[in-house]
Design a protein around this ligand. Structure first.
Ligand code: SF4
Ligand code: SF4
Length: 225
């Protein structure tokens, strides 16, 4: 679609191009959608403070200083998880997030007005005290600031720093299984409750994790570093 064609529009033709491009970030105005389960927690992931994230508005990568809740994207890279390509429709259209309601590809003013409003965070939709405590403890032990510190130490301390990182990755991995099993929470909700696992996001530091047949983790530098 040419940019000029979009500018010539004055209404949405529901082509789905925006839904195929990315998924929305949730704002405070969406709180009841999550709280009431209209948007399932298993379809949300948390981008925690210190994580590298693409700012779709500015079109650049940045380290976020605020927590962000985002609707999952499809694994095949074809946009928002709620977009049904066969039907060419949003499967939660009546309950879609406020950013989707505000989006008009021919005029970004309403979207920018909504985007500037407060964002939703985990604490706005979790009321269970035990979960809040677990979340806070995980944030403290598995902070991105801490991980970055250990990554920086690799050059100086070598194997010892690598071992510390692997211990942290193992903790972050196992706590998810434990919480899911002991508290009966769907494993799909762990990316919401604890953010995406370090095993995925450590690529922001130019490192990749592979799983050995014996279940242990192995750390390498990313090929495209
Ligand atoms: S707002 Fe999205 S669905 Fe509507 S016309 Fe623009 S790109 Fe297509
Ligand atoms: S929630 Fe619906 S409208 Fe919003 S991006 Fe996803 S499919 Fe599109």
């Amino acid at each position: 679609m040419m940019k000029n064609e979009k500018k010539m529009r004055d209404h949405c033709i529901r082509c789905g191009e925006c839904c195929l491009a990315s998924s929305p970030t949730l704002q405070m105005a969406d709180v009841s959608l999550v709280y009431d389960g209209l948007i399932e927690k298993g379809n949300i992931y948390t981008i925690r403070v210190g994580e590298l994230v693409r700012d779709n508005v500015k079109g650049e990568m940045k380290v976020t200083d605020k927590e962000i809740l985002k609707i999952r994207e499809k694994e095949n890279g074809k946009g928002c998880v709620y977009y049904d390509e066969d039907e060419n429709a949003c499967t939660i259209y009546e309950d879609r997030p406020i950013q989707c309601r505000a989006l008009a590809c021919w005029d970004e003013s309403e979207f920018m007005r909504v985007y500037a409003r407060p964002k939703l965070s985990r604490r706005d939709v979790i009321s269970d005290r035990n979960l809040l405590r677990l979340m806070a403890e995980h944030d403290k032990k598995c902070s991105y600031m801490g991980l970055e510190k250990y990554v920086r130490q690799i050059e100086k301390e070598g194997e010892e720093a690598v071992r510390t990182i692997l211990e942290l990755l193992k903790f972050d991995y196992k706590i998810r299984l434990l919480i899911s099993e002991k508290l009966g929470i769907d494993a799909a909700e762990m990316d919401f409750l604890l953010g995406r696992p370090f095993t995925e996001t450590i690529t922001m530091f130019g490192l990749t994790v592979t799983r050995e047949p014996d279940g242990s983790f192995f750390l390498t530098t990313s090929a495209n570093r």
